[in-house]
Design a protein around this ligand. Structure first.
Ligand code: ZN
Length: 123
């Protein structure tokens, strides 16, 4: 029994009565419990870094600045690329991000809120 060994190593002979045994068991349980928490924490940290990596990959698949979009809006004369009405324009991904579309300016068109929501997830 491990508990006995550790007790002997300390050079003292302690009679392991029920109370001591229970205390040791509680201690052991607490160690396992703490190790479990550390394990979960470590898992969570790893999961989070995986999420960060995924986000980074998505960002790497294309990027555009606000200025680029403003230039695009200027090129489209402040009009929606789909209905050609002048409106509050939002960034519309020609190939949606969920479908693996890039976030680069080549994949962006200015769209009015109506057209953007009408289009939804469709390509
Ligand atoms: Zn429109």
């Amino acid at each position: 029994m491990k508990a006995c060994e550790s007790v002997q190593r300390e050079g003292r002979s302690i009679r392991l009565d029920l109370e001591t045994l229970e205390a040791l068991q509680v201690q052991r349980w607490f160690e396992v419990y703490r190790a479990g928490i550390l394990y979960v924490k470590e898992r969570k940290k790893r999961d989070r870094s995986a999420v960060v990596r995924k986000e980074r990959e998505q960002r790497a698949s294309g990027w555009h600045s606000d200025a680029e979009f403003e230039l695009l809006v200027w090129l489209y004369q402040n009009r929606c690329a789909y209905c050609w009405f002048e409106a509050d324009l939002t960034e519309d991904h020609v190939i949606p991000l969920v479908a693996g579309g890039s976030n680069a300016i080549e994949n962006i068109l200015p769209a009015c809120k109506y057209c953007n929501s009408k289009k939804g997830g469709r390509v």
